[in-house]
Design a protein around this ligand. Sequence first.
Ligand SMILES: [Zn+2]
Ligand SMILES: [Zn+2]
Length: 199
Amino acid sequence: MALRRQGKYMMALLKYKENYTLYKENKWRCNSCGTMKSLSEYYKDISCKSGYREICKTCVSQKFKQYYLKNKMKMNIQMREWRKKNNIQWKNWFEQKYGKNPKCEVCGKLLSWKTKNRNKMVNLDHRGNKTKIIKSPSYWTWMHKCDVRNKQIFLSCNFGILCKACNRNLPTDNRKNWLKNVIKYTFGDNYADKEGNND
Ligand SMILES: [Zn+2]
Ligand SMILES: [Zn+2]
């Protein structure tokens, strides 16, 4: 053990000596890649004895990139985990609020919040209204924390519960006109007038 420590010490001393003589010639051996490079290839650093970093510029930027990539990946994984948990919280709350198997408000089909089957999934619909949540409500809940404030925002939108087919068939804009035309198409030209629904 003592020998090994001594060996390490000798190596460090030799390296120091080598670097010292090289420093006089404006050269330096990079402590990371081991390449001999001129001092201009090193960042100045007053906190180091020599006045220069022990690692060359290339190695510094490489280390920074590695650190960034490693942490970006870690952060992405953490974010994905958070979203998954948050999504489950939203779905539990939907079940409490609207029941485990709510009916499609148009055709009456039984639906589910947690299924992966698109034909049984709840589709949240804007009812043709302009709401605080403009784009897809499910994407909004995926991105927003399931807390008291966001639950209130969600409720204020009064989203409709539809099955996939009913949601797909309904147009996004001008629903009133579209419905009038469907009624006319189905029952003939004068149906809407006869019922007194002129608006
Ligand atoms: Zn290097
Ligand atoms: Zn339906």
